[in-house]
Write a protein that binds this ligand. Structure first.
Ligand SMILES: Nc1ncnc2c1ncn2[C@@H]1O[C@H](COP(=O)(O)OP(=O)(O)O)[C@@H](O)[C@H]1O
Ligand SMILES: [Mg+2]
Length: 368
């Protein structure tokens, strides 16, 4: 995994991560030892002010000093742009990845819009991990009233037997308060299923998301300022119930930079599943993914089919109870893992599950 001097061309663009150069008397501020993940034949140096220590970036090779000497010299580079996002075990479309990186740098609120199980939550969590942010998950599906975002009301009996009302802070409120106390930390507040809370409740959240950056604190009866180290990322599912629309009005939508996501392409989904289920053959995983792809494309099947469904099918088939019997069990597994996620039964042609079964069967026959 070591590069030779011959592997490095002047003008080539390669990835590197720099650290502050501590060598005494050096005129270069930044140094790195690797290019494109491989050990460089000479130390890589740069004076480019756009480099941020510790953050992977793309650089252009400017010159190679003393190419003939194995133990001397250096490679000088100039900064090109930040390196693309790469998150272990998660597929992100390269264009979505670029847009996402730009949005995160700008601090805009982000709305991830995609079918269920295409990786919205996984992506948000991974971004937070990669950028060293605290990830706070909040499901908006249970929010009925505006105050539910920040507190839940609990009634208990006091020692005198009288009912007492307690306000319990939600994860969201806890995080907003923590963010204020820890300005050096960054917080990613993930608002899952934003389309599922009531319109009125969503409206009350809007000032938090625009320039006002304030929400009403229902316990302390005052406005709470959203600290600048808080980044909002919301997600909406375009499922069967929300075909074509997600019920969020234009003014609310306008507070977000929307980012469309979709299922990973089949070859990428195969890679994800192979890494998770090394006990299964490539051919079998490919058949599962091809069938899922066919279901997702089918015009008469509403909603999506989560990567959870293909993952679940692999979990079944990888189990010792199914060993040696994959050919017979595969259709049986998909009856539950695929068809079971839709209304009706696989055996009922007129139901969604029946339509899914039809598409699945045809795909299995084709991939036999
Ligand atoms: N693009 C992806 N890369 C890796 N895993 C994925 C991807 N999309 C979905 N998954 C897997 O599928 C499951 C559901 O993903 P999730 O992020 O919860 O979907 P969503 O939030 O869009 O409904 C998770 O187990 C996740 O690991
Ligand atoms: Mg999710």
């Amino acid at each position: 995994m070591k590069l030779r001097v011959e592997d490095i061309e002047i003008g080539a663009v390669m990835e590197a991560t720099f650290w502050v150069n501590s060598a005494e008397g050096s005129r270069f501020r930044f140094r790195s030892t690797h290019l494109d993940g491989k050990r460089a034949p000479k130390v890589v140096l740069s004076n480019d002010k756009r480099i941020i220590p510790g953050v992977p970036c793309l650089v252009s090779i400017a010159s190679i000093d003393k190419p003939e000497r194995a133990d001397h010299g250096h490679i000088e580079v100039t900064y090109v742009r930040p390196a693309p996002f790469r998150i272990e075990g998660v597929y992100i479309d390269p264009i979505v990845s670029k847009k996402l990186q730009i949005l995160l740098e700008s601090g805009l609120n982000i709305l991830l819009d995609g079918p269920q199980g295409c990786g919205k939550t996984t992506l948000a969590r991974s971004i937070a991990d990669t950028l060293g942010m605290r990830f706070v998950f909040f499901n908006c599906g249970a929010v009925v009233e505006a105050s539910d975002f920040l507190a839940t009301i609990q009634v208990r009996a006091s020692s005198s037997g009288q009912p007492v009302t307690d306000f319990v802070k939600t994860e969201l409120l806890e995080a907003l308060e923590q963010a204020r106390e820890n300005p050096e930390e960054r917080y990613l507040l993930f608002l899952d299923e934003l389309n599922r809370c009531t319109e009125g409740a969503r409206n009350a959240l809007m000032p938090a998301l625009d320039a006002t950056r304030k929400v009403f604190h229902p316990i302390e009866n005052r406005f709470l300022e959203i600290p600048s180290n808080v980044q909002f990322v919301a997600a909406v599912n375009r499922g069967s119930e929300f075909t074509g629309t997600f019920g969020i009005d234009a003014a609310q939508l306008d507070r977000f930079a929307p980012l469309q996501m979709d299922y990973p392409p089949p070859d990428e989904e195969v890679k994800i599943l192979r890494a998770r289920h090394p006990g299964l053959g490539k051919g079998l995983i490919e058949r599962i993914v091809l069938a899922a792809d066919a279901v997702r494309r089918a015009p008469d099947v509403p909603g999506g089919l989560s990567v959870r469904a293909t993952d679940e099918a692999c979990i079944y088939l990888e189990h010792p109870l199914m060993e040696g019997d994959h050919a017979r069990m595969l259709p049986e597994v998909l009856k539950s893992s695929f068809c079971g996620r839709y209304s009706g039964r696989w055996s009922d042609n007129d139901s969604d599950a029946g339509a899914v079964w039809g598409v699945t069967q045809a795909s299995l026959k084709e991939s036999e």
